[in-house]
Design a protein around this ligand. Structure first.
Ligand code: CDP
Ligand code: MG
Length: 704
């Protein structure tokens, strides 16, 4: 029977787990094992039990598929400057290859850098490798992610996000401190990885001593090989067991619900101790919601079912909590991992036997026409679906439950995910390349070129922000902005704050906007209190940016008190991150010789400085309470979490657009239309900002 939204409505949103609401699956096919030879990873774990932790780790290392190819791989690296390494996820590429190279002496004259598309992967993999090497994280083995450098002079194996290595080019254009660069998870084709390809390919020519490894989890490595002048492809045969693929009989209207029901179905019908469950969801909020529902439902079932250990994992999950997903599951329980796409190839969790795949991912999309970028929940590609299924067959035969039909799979899913460079705003990359002295972007050696319209749009934006002059050269402002590891508008806001004498407030705001995780929490039983506490920061009808600054400052005034955070329903962890980021931004201000100055309560100065960067993101109120963007008219709405969501000011600028049920603007501030002409006369004309809109406000809410 279908468990759709109708049923949920009838029950008034009650998620009680009812058995006759089971989701029926059709067993469709078996994804065959690539090679089932060799002992299962779990077996060797079993055998090595009883040894000391360190010995056990060494035994684990020897049991990985890549281990049998150690010598051959080292030989290939010795003989060739560039090697493409292909191996199934979990074969040991990320954790082992840098260690092999280190053991073989490649770190005598430089370090090994290994890039990851995701922060969590860089952190967790480096932690694992430091354990395997018996060293302290941050010493010989370290990691570097934006706003967090956990490495030192001693570091010889450095895991980092691809974006961080890109930034290192700014300070060290030939990467002379590196002897090896491994561009890992190349199949993910993130924007930074794609740009790195071009840069490392170029420096390899002038640095014959530099070794390059490009590693990927998919078999489609020929493209990489062709790009790197026919570099040899080194294959690590995987060890994958058959995975049974199941499809739903009909499309599921509510995939979150369907995923939860399926997880519970598996849990109660399969013997405990036979394997864990991995569920792919699209983001933190969805994962938190699923966690809550699962907890509630299992609690309701009491001792009727075995223990279910719920482990969330997403990019912004605090480090202490990340470790939980790697802990072995007790025989008397089952683990259910609720993960974003991060578990598709970046992280390997042992013991997964069941994969639940709703078929969606949160992906950036970009319209070069309007210059608008939004995060969209989008169907995955066939390649992704198969990677996900493969996660079930690593330690033994597994099962994958696709919450879509086999018809959907065959006919609706694209073969491959479109590389990020073709669906994103290129402002940041163009600024980075320009500051590296790469002016001819059209002829940059892209593995897949971005759409010309996106490049032009980026140039147009950078020109509008006065980053580039008419000749396309970096201006003084642009040079300063390039020092900040932030999106161009955010760094423009900081650099512009010098003129408005509010750099102190601006770096707090920029830091708060860069945390990446939510600032507030809203416990179910105390929602009213939480909302009241939040609205306190909006006194005087200020916008979200100023509220962010007030929050930061109030916390600072209490000497960064944790108690204060509790009382105000604010996540202390997010605040600590904001403080770290702010400290770094303050250091960068000094570097670009901008004095830290406070506007001393002049809120208009702050709003003007924001407008001088965010003027392209301007929207104006419509009669029906929605907004229209000014430059390329499109209907948008203020996100309900904004402090201005009820107030509906006539003119606003927004920080970002997110599409969920509607196209929402997040983090908005009210502006005066005349400021637009003031800060961007080259971008707006008087007629654009004439206040011809209706004077009547919806729902009787007048302008303040
Ligand atoms: O890079 P690849 O997917 O080929 O594999 P890997 O990340 O090097 O992982 C090899 C093995 O190391 C995994 O199967 C895990 O057993 C283990 N590992 C871990 O326990 N904790 C981590 N944070 C990363 C890897
Ligand atoms: Mg890996």
């Amino acid at each position: 029977m279908k468990f759709g939204s109708e049923k949920r409505k009838k029950e008034g949103g009650d998620y009680d787990f009812v058995f006759d609401n089971q989701i029926e699956f059709i067993k469709h096919e078996v994804m065959n094992c690539t090679s089932c030879c060799g002992e299962a990873y779990g077996d060797s774990l079993e055998k090595s039990m009883g040894k000391s932790g360190f010995e056990k780790l060494q035994a684990d290392r020897r049991s990985l598929p890549v281990y049998s190819y150690r010598e051959e791989l080292l030989k290939a690296v010795e003989e060739h400057q560039v090697v493409i390494v292909v191996g199934e996820t979990g074969s040991g590429k990320t954790t082992q290859i840098p260690q092999y190279l280190h053991e073989a002496g490649y770190t005598r004259h430089g370090k090994i850098g290994c890039t990851q598309p995701r922060r969590v992967a860089a952190m967790s993999v480096s932690a694992r490798v430091s354990q395997e090497m018996g060293v302290k994280l941050g010493h010989e083995v370290g990691y570097s992610i934006r706003f967090e450098d956990c490495s030192s002079d001693k570091t010889v194996i450095k895991y980092m996000t691809d974006g961080m290595l890109l930034r290192e080019f700014l300070g060290e254009p030939d990467l002379s401190s590196y002897s090896v660069v491994m561009v890992d998870e190349a199949h993910e084709r993130t924007l930074s990885t794609d740009i790195l390809f071009g840069l490392v390919k170029d420096i390899a020519r002038s640095r014959p001593d530099l070794k390059l490894l490009i590693s990927s989890a998919t078999l489609d490595a020929k493209k990489f090989s062709d790009y790197f002048d026919c570099a040899p492809i080194f294959n690590i045969p995987g060890r994958r067991f058959p995975v049974e693929i199941n499809y739903t009989r009909a499309p599921e209207a509510d995939y979150l619900d369907a995923a939860i029901v399926t997880a519970l179905q598996i849990h109660v019908t399969r013997p405990l101790g036979d394997g864990d469950i991995l569920v792919f969801l699209t983001g933190q909020e969805e994962i938190e919601m699923a966690e809550e529902i699962l907890k509630r439902r299992t609690r309701g079932l009491g001792t009727k079912i075995g223990e279910l250990i719920i482990c969330p994992i997403y990019a912004n999950l605090p480090t202490e909590l990340q470790a939980k997903i790697f802990e072995p599951t007790p025989k008397s329980a089952r683990k259910v991992v609720l993960a974003t796409n991060i578990a598709e190839t970046s992280l390997t969790i042992d013991g997964i036997k069941y994969v639940i795949d709703p078929g969606f991912v949160k992906m950036k999309s970009y319209s070069p026409r309007t210059g608008m970028e939004s995060l969209l929940v989008t169907p995955i590609s066939k390649a992704s679906a198969n990677q996900r299924a493969g996660r079930a067959g690593r330690t033994g035969p597994g099962e994958c439950f696709r919450l879509y039909t086999s018809y959907n799979y065959q006919n609706d899913l694209e073969d491959n995910t479109v590389p990020e460079i073709q669906r994103t705003n290129l402002g940041n990359v163009v600024l980075n390349l320009k500051s590296l002295g790469i002016d001819d972007l059209v002829n940059f050696d892209f593995i897949d070129p971005p759409p010309e319209a996106s490049l032009l749009k980026a140039l147009e934006l950078l020109f509008a922000l006065s980053v580039l002059n008419k000749k396309g050269e970096l201006t003084k402002v642009g040079r300063k902005m390039a020092e900040f590891p932030l999106d161009p508008m955010l760094s423009k806001m900081i650099v512009a704050s010098e003129k408005y004498r509010c750099s102190d407030e601006m770096i707090s705001i920029a830091a708060m906007l860069s945390i990446g995780s939510s600032i507030f929490y809203r416990p179910k039983d105390k929602q009213v209190h939480a909302d009241n506490a939040r609205m306190n920061f909006y006194t005087g009808h200020v916008g979200d940016h100023i509220a962010l600054f007030r929050i930061y400052n109030s916390w600072k005034e209490t000497n960064f008190s944790t108690q204060w955070c509790y009382e105000n329903y604010i996540q202390v962890r997010s605040m600590k991150r904001a403080r770290d980021i702010r400290d770094q931004l303050e250091g960068l201000l000094e570097r670009v010789e901008i004095e830290v100055m406070s506007s001393s309560g002049d809120l208009e100065a702050i709003s003007k400085a924001i407008t001088s960067a965010y003027f392209p993101n301007c929207a104006r109120l419509q009669k029906n309470g929605s907004y229209t963007t000014l430059r390329h008219p499109q209907t948008v709405h203020i996100h309900p979490s904004s402090g201005l969501a009820q107030l509906l000011p006539r003119w606003i600028v927004y920080h970002e657009l997110v599409q969920t049920t509607k196209e929402y603007m997040r983090q908005v501030s009210e502006i005066k239309p005349e400021w637009l002409i003031d800060v961007a006369p080259h971008f707006y004309q008087l007629k654009d900002v004439e206040d011809t809109g209706s004077k009547k406000m919806p729902r009787g809410q007048g302008r303040r």
